[in-house]
Write a protein that binds this ligand. Sequence first.
Ligand code: SLL
Length: 282
Amino acid sequence: MTPTDETNRLENTTTCLPLAYGSIAFNLGPQADEYHTHKWTLYLRSPDKSFDLSVAISKVVFQLHPSFAQATREVTEPPFEVTESGWGEFEASLRIIWREVAEERSTVLSVELPTVPTADPLPHNINATEPVVSEKYDEVVFTNPKMEFHKLLQSGNNRPLSYPLSKQPAVIEYFRTYDDGADVQNMLAAKKFLEGELRNVKDRLLKADHELDELKTSLTLLKGNPAAAAGGGGGDLGKSVVGGGATSGKVSGGDSGAKLKNKSKSKPALMEQNTAKRAKTS
Ligand code: SLL
């Protein structure tokens, strides 16, 4: 990491700044007037709750829906947020103006303000006291950052925050915590689950292949034995079919496999039941 003489930028270096941004909207309930049915906060924050974003940002410009008086809101100090009340959903944008030392162009992010349920009465599965939270995580990558800016970014969590995470205490409650360790654990668990599913599917495919082979063999036998097909060899036919039938316990495994593709991922208990039934009836 050597700074160039002329520009004072770090060569072959990238610095990454994680960001969390979005909206939290509360339903104001049936007493609210029709133009102010909910109260929301649009915000930009650091996913690391102890990191001071203002080391890097000089201001954030929020662009609201044009129906708002003063649709452009500039916030020059953290917390970088806008709290308003309104009646509808819209997509806002926020422009991050980096500190001058950064010599970086501004960064624009878009923020959804999702629908807040206001139907009266509300569907039973919707809890009106819970806000609608819509948050995105992103990382801004600065390539060959100015050395001074790079230092500022490093200093972000070496100082206690001198401001609240939001001026709205109710909002802070809904700021999720990003935890790399937990994320890794979740991903490992998901990987394990998928591997298991894959094994199951492969297993069913193998069984289905095997069953197909057996059916083909039975068919060939039947074709080569017209007496059996004519009925005289009913016993034989029965035998062949029973042969198939016995395997059809397995087929139904294959059957279930095919269904699984369309239906739910796994209902092993049910599947075994079906298998058992088939085996009995055949
Ligand atoms: C919709 N397309 O129809 C959207 C527009 C605009 C919301 C939603 C203004 C509040 C006020 C407001 O809430 N605008 O003027 O105080 O859903």
